[in-house]
Design a protein around this ligand. Structure first.
Ligand SMILES: C[S@@+](CC[C@H](N)C(=O)[O-])C[C@H]1O[C@@H](n2cnc3c(N)ncnc32)[C@H](O)[C@@H]1O
Length: 404
């Protein structure tokens, strides 16, 4: 099976063939330290870890995980590129939605979950300031390394507004305002499962000689079989040999988000599908992908700590868990529809074609953000609210909530 491909600026759906560039000696030593830590935890757990715990260590082990250690990660010099990095149009459109929600709330703050390089924070603050809105901007960031990068980005890109930004270690209490998370859900650790002989098997990680291996085991994570059965009740029986992922952390996370939000909205953007599409026969090997220097492959055990490991989002599960957490569904649509409904073409139209380089970059960015073969259809936007019952402009063109 082909398993890697080059030059994927954004997040392609499938891997393709290409060799991965070999990491340097320091990077390999770093990965070996993380692998040793994972092997110790496997031994302490009796010989196996659920995949979500492996993924949590690979991405977030203190000082060693992919998101918390010093590698570049996002951007052209990193492993993948996200929407705010592609074009400021993304932040400008999100700012339109944010401004509308903050106005309906009579004020409030913005809280960004997992702020990456800090580009969205800088551009969103600037776009809001151009509308005369200057909210406090909180960033909940698990990675000390990314916090530093965010500070530097804000200082360089929005120096007059950088003082409005505060970093948080955990969700606040009694938050009023708008929470935003771009590509946060896909970075949450997931469980893996397979169907064999009509039964559920769990994808675990075990020790194998000096390394790690994946194994399909009798389910040993609480709640996994129930969760798969609940998927099957919704989409019908999954066939033998079907493998996929399921995010058992989504419910507790949305409970915490719902509890933190006194009043306002949550706007989440990510790649994913409705439940029916997620567990479709054509995705019978799941959605898990790994990103390393703009190559995409399917081996999560390769070089732990050096590569991103990610799974697509089941947006039906997001909507269900949100409603159980006391959040109302405001809308669900494609990234293209959301950006067009919040004025992407208007912002593009205001760009000066005589400023050729900037103008062409904006045109190219708009294409990448909205074309169906790029990010336009595979990336979705979901809006959730508490105590704020009003239509969102972003869902005015095409609300697909009834498909969830
Ligand atoms: C793929 S990056 C996206 C970064 C940025 N939002 C962007 O669009 O460029 C995923 C980010 O989500 C963060 N993250 C994952 N789980 C999180 C959680 N439970 N709370 C807050 N941030 C989280 C990671 O630390 C990482 O910064």
């Amino acid at each position: 099976m082909p398993d890697t491909f080059p030059n994927c600026a954004t997040r392609p759906e499938r891997p393709r063939v290409d060799a991965l560039p070999e990491p340097g000696a320091d990077a390999l030593a770093h990965s070996a330290r993380l692998q040793a830590l994972i092997a110790e935890e496997i031994a302490a757990a009796g010989g196996q870890l659920p995949f979500d715990r492996f993924m949590e260590l690979a991405l977030y082990a203190p000082g060693l995980g992919y998101y918390v250690a010093g590698a570049r990660k996002l951007g052209a010099a990193g492993d993948f590129v996200t929407a705010p990095e592609i074009s400021p149009l993304f932040a400008q459109c999100l700012a339109v939605q944010c401004a509308e929600l903050l106005e309906a709330l009579g004020g409030g703050d913005v809280l960004e979950l997992g702020a990456g390089s800090g580009v969205l924070a800088a551009d969103l603050l600037q776009a809001l300031a151009s509308q005369g809105i200057a909210p406090r901007y909180h960033i909940l960031e698990l990675s000390p390394d990314l916090r530093e990068r965010q500070r530097a980005t804000l200082a360089g890109r929005a120096p007059d507004l950088a003082a409005r930004v505060h970093w948080l270690d955990r969700l606040p209490e009694g938050f009023r305002g708008v929470m935003i998370g771009n590509e946060v859900l896909d970075a949450m650790p997931v469980h893996r499962f397979a169907i064999a002989g009509g039964k559920v098997l769990e994808g675990g990680v075990i020790g194998a000689g000096d390394g790690l291996a994946e194994a399909w085991l009798e389910p040993f994570s609480a709640g996994l079989v129930d969760a798969v059965q609940s998927v099957e009740r919704a989409v019908g029986p999954l066939p033998d040999g079907f493998r996929s992922e399921i995010n058992l952390r989504l419910g507790p996370w949305l409970q915490a988000v719902g509890a933190a939000l006194a009043a306002g909205a949550v706007l989440l953007v990510d790649y994913g599908y409705t439940r029916a599409d997620y567990y479709r026969a054509e995705r019978s090997t799941g959605t898990l992908l790994c990103h390393y220097r703009h190559r995409v492959h399917v081996d999560p055990l390769r070089w732990p700590g050096l590569q991103d490991v990610t799974a697509s989002v089941d947006f039906s599960a997001v909507a269900l868990a949100a409603q159980a957490a006391g959040l109302a569904l405001a809308g669900y649509t494609t990234q293209a529809s959301f950006l067009l409904a919040t004025g992407l073409d208007r912002f593009l139209g205001a760009s000066d074609p005589e400023d050729v380089v900037r103008h062409l970059a904006l045109v190219q960015g708009a294409k990448t953000l909205t074309l169906p073969g790029e990010m336009g259809e595979r990336f979705k936007v979901i809006g959730l609210t508490k105590g704020l019952d009003r239509p969102w402009s972003g869902f005015a063109f095409r609300d697909l909530s009834d498909r969830l």
